[in-house]
Write a protein that binds this ligand. Structure first.
Ligand code: COI
Length: 356
């Protein structure tokens, strides 16, 4: 892959900030965007001069392959502000690696590391007033890549755009989540793109999730496509089950996203002396545990969702309500993660990344 060799970014500052129009106490996830965005085009086999411009609509030809074949991948990250106004990212190296892994699976070019970090940090510095202090606050950062070549033959594009936009965030789920265990539809299959943050993975969930929502469930916990007997992930988050005092979560595979929060929870469980088994989790064992009173909690782990409690699940017509246990593991992990992310606790694993 050939790259342009400059690290410089052309910056066009927004003339007026929109920040004073925003009610930071009343944010609907992913609906408000900061003043600037980062962009870098790939043409003629090389990433071109990166730029930061005011957040704005883009002109893209209707024939761009992204619109026809969904050649698009993305990431989800967050930036946090500590009490001294320092800005931090959480394990951004993992997001960088994953966007390129996702891109490779969709036959898209790798994005250079120095462009990624330089673009991200320059953008966060420009828009740092949008990052508010407080454990319930962050700036959600959305890097993504789309195929922009205007051509509709079904083959990989020769032109792409890498973009980063940012959105001030509070909670993704404002209430505990009720879920359905999937019995008919599937999110991903062996050899597919389930492990990647491919845009189409999310669109494919909308229809079955709409059906679930009409039945009073906010999310689906996807099961393996061939038997529907093993619990995999929730699409917006990886899933952990606590049976008695043991945690269980599915191993990553080509069907399951290798979540940054998931990885961090497994490490924190280890640090706290909580047994965490990473192995296939059957629907039957979770239902049996629920019937026996041994299923203490289920929670999701994701960047946007952080740790979100699952308060009920349904499978095969059986509905189980899960009251929050007094010694909730999910609560402990959430508090620890948020403290690390906001620089309020020692970071024993070097997960915090300062934005300079
Ligand atoms: C994230 O948690 O960052 C995700 O990408 C999930 C998305 C549905 C908000």
């Amino acid at each position: 892959m050939s790259l342009t060799n400059t690290h410089q970014i052309d910056i066009q500052n927004a003339e007026n900030s929109k920040i004073n129009d925003v009610d930071f106490n009343n944010l609907k996830f992913g609906t408000i965007f900061t003043d600037h965005m980062f962009m870098c085009d790939y043409v003629d086999g090389a990433w071109q001069q990166p730029k930061i411009v005011p957040y704005q609509p883009m002109t893209i030809e209707p024939s761009a392959r992204v619109f026809h074949y969904g050649q698009a991948v993305f990431e989800g990250m967050k930036a946090y502000k500590d009490e001294d106004d320092k800005v931090w990212l959480f394990r951004p190296d993992l997001n960088f690696e994953r966007i390129n892994k996702s891109a490779a699976r969709l036959a898209m070019p790798e994005f250079p590391k120095n462009y990624f970090f330089n673009g991200l940090e320059t953008l966060l510095n420009l828009d740092k007033d949008w990052i508010k202090k407080g454990l319930d606050r962050s700036l959600y950062v959305r890097p993504f890549v789309i195929a922009t070549e205007p051509a509709i033959s079904a083959s990989p594009a020769s032109a792409y755009r890498f973009i980063i936009i940012c959105s001030p965030a509070m909670a993704y789920y404002t209430e505990p989540v009720r879920v359905l265990f999937a019995e008919k539809y599937s999110r991903s299959a062996n050899g597919g793109v389930g492990f990647a943050k491919a845009a189409g993975n999310y669109a494919a969930q909308f229809y079955p999730t709409n059906i679930a929502q009409s039945q009073g469930y906010q999310q689906i916990i996807w099961t393996d496509a061939s038997t529907h007997q093993f619990l995999e992930e929730a699409g917006t988050m990886n899933i952990f089950f606590r049976v008695k005092d043991k945690l269980i979560t599915a191993p990553t595979s080509d069907r399951i996203l290798d979540g940054v929060t998931r990885k961090s929870v497994i490490q924190l469980a280890n640090d706290m002396g909580i047994t965490c088994e990473v192995r296939p989790v059957s629907v039957k064992e979770i239902k049996d545990a629920a019937f026996d009173g041994d299923l203490k909690e289920i929670f999701g782990a994701g960047t946007a969702a952080v740790i979100s409690r699952i308060c009920a699940f349904e499978h095969g017509g059986d509905v189980f309500e899960l009251p929050e246990p007094a010694d909730s593991y999910g609560k402990k992990f959430k508090a620890t993660l948020l403290d690390i992310q906001h620089n309020r606790r020692e970071d024993n694993h070097g997960w915090r990344h300062p934005v300079k």
